[in-house]
Write a protein that binds this ligand. Structure first.
Ligand code: BGC
Length: 920
């Protein structure tokens, strides 16, 4: 037995839990763990693996073992026969180390211990599995004035044979809208706002639950299945400029199928259809932007209770449903985790505002819903949410047309633990109106944090508390904006899947959490929408609810997500299937959708969002920064064409690879000709332009790069180390300073505390990343601009630099090779990063003590680390990398850091456009 490593429970596709999986041949992955009290295995690589598959119900081939000579341990092909709907399997794995002696084969080598068994169960794999049809209320919808739809309740009772036992019961469910479903009063699952937001015209996700234990089977026991459906993203107001209702349809509906197997093998199906009844909910309205209004004065408290012990006192208001045709969209089992309550937060202060309002401060800007512990009888409480205070009052201006208000009203009966069901808010503060019955105490109203419950993967810490808070703010902004789809912001009347925002934030997000399933789902929507657009242009937001507000115009940086986001996911996961699936859309983007000038670069007459929210842009014109949007677009075009060549290489498309590579080289030359002088001066003399040119390798010689280096240094010093970049330049500026061997300037920018800078918001008490560098002005007042979100992850793209350069780890091949490149600086005494990756845990910790750099590195089995230790290098950086295998490694090298802090600009500078603070 090889006891040097333990194999984790295998996982199926990108699922964290494989119950209800929708893949007939799920790929399998396992991680390598270190046995307790043992040293991490040294140089351990896998030569073969053995998978045992146990079919829970197929006795003929109950258990099969498959021995495969392969080093792969991530997303390996399904070894057995394809699974069918409802098939349940258990899978375990063991691995064989590559032998020290080349002759030995898996059969002569000793395997590891078997992994624990992992269970998977296939859900409906085919449309024909559905007997259910969607049901809706026959009452006319209230859409005349675009009013929100009142949530609808659906239910059905049924009796099970009392002489038979139900051995298995599964509930398959989805909705046009957002649903909560109950069986005999028990809430099924802990999903919030299910089934989540997809491009419903094309794709509709469903969920599968095991409900065997909640069925009632005694004599005459009447079971009741009941559900409530709100308008959600399906029919609710969504979009820009206030949005519009009914983006996908004008009525909500429920699609559910309960399948039970009795102990004699008989199958009983209860499916939504005409034998269901419906009624309107006690929730009057529940909208994503505006919040929820719930009136319990006429509540029918037992509407979901099983009928046998239910005294039929009040069943009026229930009418027969109408049935609707089965959705034409592709119906699929959702792979990414659901939205869940992931944390509960108590207020840190209760404030009385200058006008006498009661305001709760949660001390953290978050996304979620409030929960009121007890609303007494005959009470009306109104909760208004906001991210900031303005002059001591609730600051609602940034919310624009979103009311973000919940109202709960009780009648004769009070209610405990009331929380709105079909909305969410981005807030730190709640104004409480109508709380007259007792003094308000902190536990009376708490906040429930909501987001897609992805697994946390990456952690970062260093010796500077402000940088640590910046990192924490990035994590909070990611949590708040990964709610079913990756959004720009979670609070105002927008909350959309802006392509540009996730394009720039993707690499940071992929390190912090396991994003593969949620982003890959989002990319499928992007693709579905792009493919039906005759112009080949994807949505600027996905799912696309722009309506008539936007005449589809191709946009660099944003639409480049078509290529860059799948590429970044591939780098994080090594999943070629994502690239294969998205490839036709990438080709359409490059070949048909981009509008080009005669030179093959972008048509310069198209307006580009460009370096959006450059701090120098006027508050009302975030696109009018100092860097030319066309140059930004052209730089991106060269880059994405090179990435496309890489993608073709990964997909073994040799001819296409050649073609894109030579096209990219030609575009690069055209770019050089158009923008770069022979001496290396770039036509646009800005931090963003030069940083992009450096990072996208657009200079033709080291001499030109040297000019770029000096230009960047001058610009950074002239700006007194303030950030001078927007969406496009921000992820690039610090890496560009490192590429040009000016680490101390990069650190100096990172450490700057005056506005605009990364740490300025931290010094102003920010707990999330802001949309604008100066969302809050130094005097504490709100920026006068219209776009004023305090929870926007885009500028948190600096996280990628913190992880890869300060912390020192990154990967381009799904963490099979760990690139270790820590670059100390900024006076930091230490930095630690940890990453629970596809192969196992990676840790990298460094410290600098009296002229020596110490590095401690943990490399998981079956991977290698490619290490470049820091030294005071000349330009260009040319230290020799060193490769090590798995295990725990320690290095110490003499280290003389760059001069810290770096010298400021030689002469005093008269002030930059957009400079707001008075720092010296
Ligand atoms: C969003 C941004 C987005 C931008 C592009 C804004 O309203 O909040 O994050 O990328 O529009 O136009």
């Amino acid at each position: 037995m090889d006891s040097r490593v333990l194999i984790s429970k295998p996982t199926f596709e990108h699922r964290e839990d494989a119950f209800g999986i929708g893949h007939p041949r799920p790929r399998l992955s396992w991680r390598f763990l270190t046995p307790e009290n043992a040293e991490p295995a040294r140089d351990w690589t896998q030569a073969a693996y053995e998978i045992e598959v146990r079919h829970e119900e197929r006795s003929s081939e109950n258990s099969q073992r498959y021995l495969v000579a392969s080093a792969h341990s991530v997303l390996v092909p399904w070894p057995g026969s394809s699974l069918c709907s409802g098939d349940a399997v258990s899978v375990r794995v063991r691995a064989y180390a590559a032998a020290e002696h080349e002759q030995s084969t898996p059969s002569t080598a000793t395997p590891t211990e078997w992994s624990p068994w992992a269970q998977a169960e296939c859900t409906f794999l085919s449309r024909s599995d559905w007997q259910a049809v969607p049901i809706a209320t026959p009452c006319k919808y209230e859409a005349e004035q675009g009013d929100p739809l009142r949530p609808v309740r659906f239910r059905r009772s049924f009796v099970l044979p009392s002489d038979r036992r139900v051995v298995r019961a599964r509930l398959y469910v989805t909705a046009h809208g957002v649903y909560e479903i109950y069986l005999n009063e028990s809430r099924v699952g802990d999903h919030v706002l299910a089934p989540g937001w997809t491009s419903y015209h094309h794709r509709l996700g469903f969920q599968t639950f095991d409900v065997t234990s909640v069925l009632l089977q005694s004599n005459d026991a009447n079971n009741r299945i009941a559900a409530e459906v709100g308008e959600g993203w399906y029919a609710g107001r969504m979009g820009i400029r206030g949005g519009r209702p009914f983006n996908y349809g004008t009525e909500v509906s429920l699609l559910a199928q309960l399948e039970m197997t009795l102990d004699n093998g008989e199958r009983v199906v209860i499916a939504t259809g005409e034998d269901w009844e419906c009624s309107s909910s006690s929730i009057e309205t529940s909208e994503i932007y505006n919040g929820e209004v719930c009136d319990l004065r006429c509540e029918q408290w037992d509407w979901k209770k099983s009928a046998s012990d239910h005294i039929v006192e009040h069943d009026s208001g229930w009418i027969a449903v109408k049935t609707l045709p089965f959705p034409t969209a592709r119906i699929f089992s959702t792979d990414h985790p659901p939205i869940r309550v992931t944390e509960e937060i108590w207020p840190t202060a209760i404030i009385t505002s200058p006008s006498g309002k009661l305001i709760l401060d949660f001390g953290q800007n978050l996304v979620g819903v409030p929960c009121i512990k007890h609303v007494p009888p005959s009470t009306k409480i109104t909760l208004r949410h906001a991210e900031v205070l303005e002059d001591g009052e609730l600051g609602v201006r940034p919310l624009r047309g979103a009311k973000c208000t919940d109202v709960i009203r009780t009648g004769e009966r009070g209610v405990y633990n009331w929380t709105p069901k079909f909305t969410f808010h981005g807030f730190r503060f709640i104004q409480v109106d109508g709380w007259d019955h007792s003094p308000l105490c902190p536990g009376d109203i708490i906040a429930k944090v909501l987001h897609t419950d992805m697994q946390r993967r990456g952690w970062f810490k260093c010796s500077d508390p402000l940088v640590n808070r910046l990192h924490e703010n990035i994590v909070w902004s990611m949590r708040g904006n990964f709610l079913s789809v990756p959004t720009d912001c979670p609070q105002r009347d927008e909350r959309l899947g802006w392509t540009g925002d996730i394009q720039v934030f993707g690499p940071t997000a992929n390190f912090l959490y396991n994003t593969v399933a949620i982003l890959s789902n989002w990319l499928e929507d992007l693709d579905a929408e792009q493919m039906v657009n005759p112009s080949g242009i994807p949505g600027l937001v996905v799912p696309d609810v722009m309506g008539d507000f936007w005449t589809p115009t191709p946009q660099a940086v944003w639409h480049d997500a078509v290529i860059l986001t799948p590429w970044n996911l591939y780098e994080a996961s090594e999943d070629k299937e994502i690239l294969r699936r998205q490839y036709p859309g990438m080709v359409r983007w490059l070949r048909e959708a981009i509008r080009r000038g005669d030179d093959g670069l972008w048509d310069p007459d198209i307006w580009q969002l460009g370096d959006w929210v450059d701090p120098a842009a006027p508050p009302g014109e975030p696109g009018s920064g100092r860097t030319d949007g066309v140059l930004v677009a052209d730089a991106y075009l060269v880059h994405v064409t090179f990435i496309m060549a890489n993608i073709c290489a990964v997909l073994d498309l040799a001819q296409e690879h050649e073609q894109y590579a030579s096209e990219a080289a030609l575009l690069r030359e055209t770019f050089q000709h158009k923008y770069i002088t022979p001496l290396g001066n770039l036509a646009n003399y800005t931090q963003a332009a030069i940083a992009l040119a450096v990072q996208f390798n657009l200079y033709s010689s080291l001499a030109q790069l040297e000019t770029a280096r000096k230009s960047l240094a001058r610009l950074v010093k002239a700006a007194k180390f303030h950030v001078s970049t927007g969406f496009a330049g921000t992820p690039m500026i610090l890496p560009a300073l490192v590429t040009t061997a000016q680490t101390s300037l990069a650190y100096r920018m990172l450490m700057e505390k005056h506005c605009p800078s990364w740490l300025y918001p931290v010094t102003m008490g920010a707990t999330t990343i802001w949309e604008r560098w100066d969302a809050l002005l130094p005097d504490g007042s709100l920026n006068p601009g219209q776009m004023l979100s305090f929870n926007h992850y885009a500028f948190g793209a600096v996280g990628n630099w913190l992880h890869s350069t300060v912390g020192g780890i990154s990967s381009c091949d799904g963490w099979r090779t760990i690139l270790v490149r820590p670059i100390p600086g900024g006076g930091l005494a230490f930095a630690n990063v940890a990453f629970e990756g596809p192969y196992g845990r990676v840790e990298c910790s460094w410290s600098v003590e009296s002229g020596t750099f110490h590095l401690k590195l943990l490399v998981p089995a079956n991977t290698i680390a490619d290490i470049t230790l820091p030294s005071r290098t000349a330009f260009p950086v040319n230290s020799v990398p060193q490769i090590v295998g798995s295990g725990s490694h320690i290095f110490s090298v003499p280290y003389e850091g760059e001069t810290w802090p770096p010298a400021p600009a030689p002469a005093s500078y008269s002030g930059i456009r957009g400079k707001i603070c008075d720092c010296p």
